[in-house]
Design a protein around this ligand. Structure first.
Ligand SMILES: Cc1ncc(C[n+]2csc(CCOP(=O)(O)OP(=O)(O)O)c2C)c(N)n1
Length: 1185
């Protein structure tokens, strides 16, 4: 390139030898300046660093950003604010790639911008040069015009074309690729092919005909509406738009960035009644507004299907888009509005129309609704509405508001008001997050130059701020007093409260943390790093105070971190949208990022919502679905459903039945309707379990229920008063019109399920249900049969009822139809053959129902009955097996009989053979313990020895009791046996007998205890640990045993109870003179030691460990909960006492304003090419490495 530039310089010198030698960078800068460019945003590097210096030298203001993306957002914002494109300057390759985001955003918004990107030197093309990339090709998709500057001489040509293309309609992005060799080479100024300064874009006007047509349409309209788009703002047509709307007294609303073209508080603004205005208007005038997703494509149901659209738009591509306009005027907004204002000066839309009164009513009711949200007490933390209300009350009326986020932007749009055109910048038509700081920097730079008193307020969602948050440093560097307000809910759309966050993060956070979650961070501390002030605001007062302080700062940006309830946006939005417009909101997008939001809602439905402590607080009447009250209620509503299911068809077909008892039916109908209504209330108050806890906040329950699909698709439909159709003679007392009541059948099934799981006789209940189902089927079939007979005429053939049936009573008719129906459905009866086609179809259907459904029902009935006999069958099988075994082993007859009798006894008394096996299967340890306590504690309490023991000792002993059965004549223990266990008689009787078993000394009855002394190892017991009597079972007896090991293991933890027991034991022995008082306790200790042998100790240790673990978990849970409660209370007290102050981050090491080192171009030049090339080659090598 050096040679080429030299040659070009050579040829130029022939033309104008007196010209100056200038660098390529300077030529570019001069060309830009000549075409009116004032601002350049960028990130410098190879090969465009000289361009930035040259731009500054040409009086183009250069703002160095931290990322090309933010630079491109900033440059495009200048284009929108001033109507003149700014430049975004990037390095080659990745620099441009970063800027593509801003290019796309500007293109979609139709904002002018010039992107200049350095590119690798032309002679190195295709050689793998440093950051080489097909930049023109990449940029083409994101721009209106993209070209590579081919020579230094033609720079002005390319620059003019780029700028012209960017501002002429439709405005957009132009891209120029500058090879590095063009930047660094030099040329004689005379050789540069100069072009003239660009002329302003043409401003086409509307034709006279179209003006006439416009007024025709407008005057015919009953409900006109004007929509002011950002095209109107961009066209600088605010004065004309205001005059137009006021002159013709038209209601108007603005698109998000059209806001402020007329003051949001303007009396003709109906922005707060947007939905009604759009839905009802019959003529809509679009002033630079597009019918894209933001305006619901102009389609139903958000728009009136008969609406007439009048489009005033300067871009032909937008005309008739999505909806064909009645009148499309392609003209400059300002010009055409002027024409309209001047053309008709007399006509005015009547202020006293119904349209105006409807809109005003809606405005008032919506205002009340948003006031309620502002003052909502649902959470002790701030919500969006309260935070925005506080901000709005402080910020200057004419501030430029930059905003992005989802809820932050959407709610902020309605809460933060604009009064001037181009004073709102947000994520725009492209919905781009990350634009905020770039836009804010651009707006603040613009204000610094044109309106220094004007403030820029940048309201960011915490996620949105994260995209380009470090541009705060740019704002600090250029002394831009932007007030950054971060609405911090700790998440994208919605956050997670800190406790739940920590809980989820304990496990694998990549799998557990919701994708929407973010840290509810102390963003205000970022400000301190740059010598600025940050504020933390958690209450309305704090928000107001910090906004005030931030506004007082005139030279530095500040950050206000507004902490809001993490669930705030979601709750408010859900409630608002779903309760009031549930169906509409599903059908159409209502707001930016609606699709993402609804996707998220879907996702939330699938996964459980985050834990919110307030959900579990009692706030009013709530029913527990596990409570019997709920079960009883289900029984009542089931009765109502069953009544409707059975009697609606019966009354419809058996007309006489309906007529005879009309008063009864009507009273029953409405009584059951009331029950249906009460059921809606009950369902809205039915608690459920979430995260293992019972949700009992009735607001949450009601919200969930009233926003559920079930409510709309079943419960609400089932209660629609179709009876009003009775007023029409044709439907008079036709019961079938009430058939929407069937929709509540789910409650009947719910009752069935609940009863089945609760009843002690599940099989009997199942059989009952099947019988009911069968009877209902037969009943419906009988009704259908009678209807057909009535339709065909009684006695017209052999299949239908005989003619005499007309005179039969209802009971007789019903009995016959029921009989006929049973025969047909069960396919067992001999019924008359059908004759007519309709009869054949009916019979065929019945046969099919009979085979498919009826047979299945009957089949399952059989299965159930047989399963009821299953236990008997199992016992029989077992008996057979045991009998076979005994026969095989030649067991004598007597023993055989004994075994058989035993099994028989077990079955007839429904005894469980292996109690432990049954309980261990499905029950948790705690539940098993509870069951053991319930079943055995009473028995253990009867043991006099344990009367004074600690309750915990008894509970531990209870869990060690084991059931054991004895048959008639079986010995439980014999005299002289070593006592290894004690016994408690649960059922049956035992006898203490003589050695030969013939003499019965005493009979022990239920509740008696024996053997306890021998397992206590009482020192001095003359019997030692031997049994002192023979005990045998008289009949079948059911005992509990407690082994010596278990007793000692438990007693080891209760030394006091142990000594009491020993004393008691001694006194019992003393009474019987079986105690040798001379012996000491030493022998007992030895035995005790032996008992608690190593194995026992290990067992004990394991037990202890389990207990400790349980206790530790309980303790830890209680600890976490108490800390949480404590923190909550503390912050509440702090707020109440005003003790919590905004945390102001005072910089420590950073000076208040670091002096900016003035870089002089000449100084820079001294370093230039050689050094840069050196640097470039080193960098590229580094990169290659
Ligand atoms: C460039 C880009 N990336 C991602 C998204 C998806 N998105 C939409 S809104 C949003 C952030 C919303 O969270 P936040 O800014 O905290 O606002 P909130 O809704 O929480 O108030 C994101 C990431 C987007 N619109 N644009």
């Amino acid at each position: 390139m050096a040679s080429s530039s030299k040659s070009s310089a050579g040829s130029a010198s022939e033309k104008a030898p007196e010209g100056n030698e200038v660098m390529g960078a300077q030529v570019i800068a001069e060309a830009l300046k000549k075409q009116g460019v004032e601002y350049m945003f960028g990130v410098v590097g190879i090969p465009i660093i000289e361009v930035a210096f040259a731009a500054q030298q040409s009086q183009i203001k250069y703002i160095g950003m931290r990322n090309e993306q933010a630079a491109s957002y900033a440059a495009s914002a200048i284009g929108y604010l001033t109507g003149k494109p700014a430049v975004c300057l990037t390095v080659s390759g990745p620099g441009l790639v970063h800027a593509l985001g801003g290019m796309a955003n500007a293109q979609v918004n139709k904002w002018p911008m010039i992107v200049l990107a350095g590119s690798s030197d032309q002679p190195l093309e295709s050689m793998g040069a440093f950051q080489e990339f097909p930049q023109v090709e990449a940029a083409r998709l994101y721009s209106k015009y993209a070209a590579r500057i081919s020579s230094l001489e033609r720079v002005p040509f390319f620059v003019e074309k780029a700028i012209r293309s960017s501002i002429y309609s439709p405005s957009g992005v132009s891209y120029l690729d500058i090879p590095g060799d063009i930047v660094t080479s030099s040329i004689n100024t005379n050789q540069v092919e100069q072009v003239k300064t660009l002329k302003k874009p043409p401003k086409p006007a509307a034709s006279v005909e179209s003006l006439g047509e416009f007024f025709n349409l407008l005057k015919q309209s009953q409900k006109p509406l004007v929509i002011v788009g950002k095209g109107c703002s961009y066209g600088f047509a605010e004065e004309q738009a205001k005059q137009f709307i006021e002159q013709f007294n038209l209601p108007f609303l603005a698109t998000p960035m059209g806001k402020g073209t007329l003051d949001d508080r303007h009396p003709l603004s109906v922005g707060a009644a947007r939905s009604t205005a759009l839905q009802e208007a019959d003529c809509i005038i679009l002033l630079g507004a597009r019918l894209n997703w933001m305006l619901h494509f102009g389609k139903q149901p958000r728009f009136n299907p008969n609406v007439k659209i009048i489009q005033i738009e300067n871009d032909t591509n937008e005309l008739h888009n999505n909806v064909q306009s009645e009148l499309a005027i392609q003209a400059d907004l300002k010009t055409v509005l002027k024409q309209l204002n001047e053309n008709e000066t007399k006509w005015k839309y009547d202020a006293a129309t119904q349209w105006w009164s409807l809109l005003r009513k809606k405005l008032i009711s919506n205002k009340q609704r948003s006031d309620a949200l502002i003052h909502s007490k649902e959470s002790s933390m701030l919500n969006y509405y309260a935070a925005f209300d506080a901000i709005q009350s402080i910020i200057p009326k004419d501030a430029i508001i930059v905003s992005e986020g989802a809820n932050t932007m959407d709610i902020g749009r309605t809460m933060l008001l604009n009064s001037k055109a181009r004073h709102r910048l947000d994520a725009g038509t492209f919905g781009t997050m990350g634009v905020g700081p770039g836009f804010a920097v651009a707006a603040a730079i613009y204000c610094q130059d044109h309106e220094p008193e004007k403030r820029v307020i940048c309201v960011e969602g915490d996620s949105a701020f994260g995209f380009s948050g470090l541009e705060f440093e740019t704002a600090a560097r250029y002394s831009l007093p932007i007030v950054f307000i971060i609405i911090n809910n700790g998440g994208i759309y919605t956050g997670v409260d800190s406790d739940s966050f920590q809980e989820m993060a304990k496990k694998d956070s990549t799998l557990n943390l919701p994708p929407t979650s973010l840290t509810q961070a102390n963003y205000e501390r970022i400000a301190g790093a740059f010598g600025c002030q940050g504020y933390l605001a958690c209450s309305i007062e704090e928000v107001k105070k910090s906004v005030q302080s931030a506004l007082a700062e005139k030279t530095r940006p500040s950050i206000i971190n507004v902490i809001i309830d993490p669930s705030s946006g979601r709750v408010q939005q859900n409630f608002r949208k779903r309760v009031f417009h549930p169906l509409i909101s599903r059908c159409v997008a209502n707001k930016k990022d609606e699709q993402q939001t609804s996707l998220l809602h879907e996702q939330n439905k699938k996964t459980e919502t985050p834990v919110r402590n307030e959900d579990f607080q009692v706030t009013g009447f709530v029913i527990d679905s596990q409570n019997y009250l709920y079960h009883y209620w289900l029984a009542i509503i089931s009765l109502a459903v069953a009544y409707n299911i059975l009697l609606i068809p019966a009354r419809y077909s058996f007309k006489q039945l309906d007529k005879n008892l009309r008063i009864v039916w009507i009273s029953l109908d409405y009584s059951f309707d009331i029950i249906y209504l009460i059921d809606i209330f009950m369902q809205s108050r039915t608690g459920y379990f979430s995260h293992g806890l019972f949700v009992r906040n009735h607001y949450v329950l009601s919200r969930n229920y009233f926003t559920s699909r079930q409510f709309y698709s079943r419960d609400l439909l089932s209660i629609i008063p179709t009876d009003f159709l009775y007023l029409i003679p044709y439907f008079r007392f036709i019961s079938i019109i009430r058939c929407n009541r069937f929709l509540r059948i789910n409650r009947l099934f719910e009752f069935q399920d609940l009863t089945e799981s609760r009843t002690r006789f599940p099989n009997a209940f199942r059989i009952l249900c099947l019988i009911c189902l069968t009877l209902t089927l037969i009943h419906w079939n009988s009704c259908a049969y009678l209807l057909i007979c009535q339709y065909l005429g009684f006695g017209t053939d052999r299949w239908v009822l005989p003619a005499a049936a007309k005179n039969e009573t209802v009971a007789m008719l019903y009995t016959y139809c029921f009989y006929w129906s049973t025969l047909l459905l069960s396919t067992i009866g001999d019924v008359p053959l059908p004759v007519k086609r309709i009869e054949y179809i009916f019979v065929l259907l019945d046969f099919m129902i009979g085979i498919l459904i009826f047979a299945t029902i009957i089949g399952s009935l059989g299965t159930m009955i047989s399963s009821q006999n299953q236990s008997r069958q199992q016992v029989c099988e077992k008996m057979d097996e045991i009998k076979r075994y005994m026969k095989f082993r030649s067991v004598n007859r007597k023993l055989e009989q004994k075994v058989i009798k035993w099994l028989d006894y077990l079955y007839t008394n429904r005894q469980v053979l292996n109690e432990e096996m049954v309980l261990n299967s499905d029950l948790s340890v705690e539940l098993r313990k509870d069951l053991a306590i319930k079943v055995h504690l009473e028995s253990l309490k009867q043991v006099t020895l344990f009367h004074d023991c600690e309750p915990n000792l008894l509970i531990e002993l209870v869990t060690k009791l084991k059931p054991i059965f004895f048959g008639p004549g079986d010995y439980v223990c014999r005299k002289g046996d070593i006592g290894k266990e004690m016994y408690i008689i649960k059922r049956g009787q035992l006898a203490v007998v003589s050695d030969d078993g013939k003499i019965t000394f005493v009979v022990l009855k239920e509740g008696s205890v024996f053997g306890e002394i021998s397992i206590l190892n009482i020192p001095g017991s003359k019997n030692g640990n031997r049994r002192t009597a023979n005990v045998k079972s008289l009949g079948y007896s059911d005992l509990y045993t407690l082994t010596k090991e278990d007793l000692w293991l438990v007693l080891d933890n209760y030394p006091e109870s142990l000594s009491k027991l020993i004393e008691k034991g001694k006194s019992i022995l003393r009474k019987d003179n079986l105690l040798d008082e001379t012996l000491t306790d030493s022998k007992r200790y030895v035995e005790q030691e032996q008992l608690l042998s190593i194995q026992n100790r290990i067992k004990k240790l394991v037990d202890t460990e389990n207990t400790l673990n349980n206790r530790q978990t309980i303790f830890f849970d209680a600890y976490v909960e108490s800390i949480r409660q404590f923190k909550k209370k503390l912050s509440k007290i702090e707020y109440q006492c005003g003790a919590r102050q905004p945390s102001i981050c005072v910089p420590k090491n950073v000076p208040q304003s670091a002096p900016v080192l003035p870089f002089l171009l000449n100084q820079w030049k001294a370093n230039t090419t050689a050094k840069l090339l050196k640097f470039s080659s080193r960098q590229s090598m580094d990169t290659d490495d």
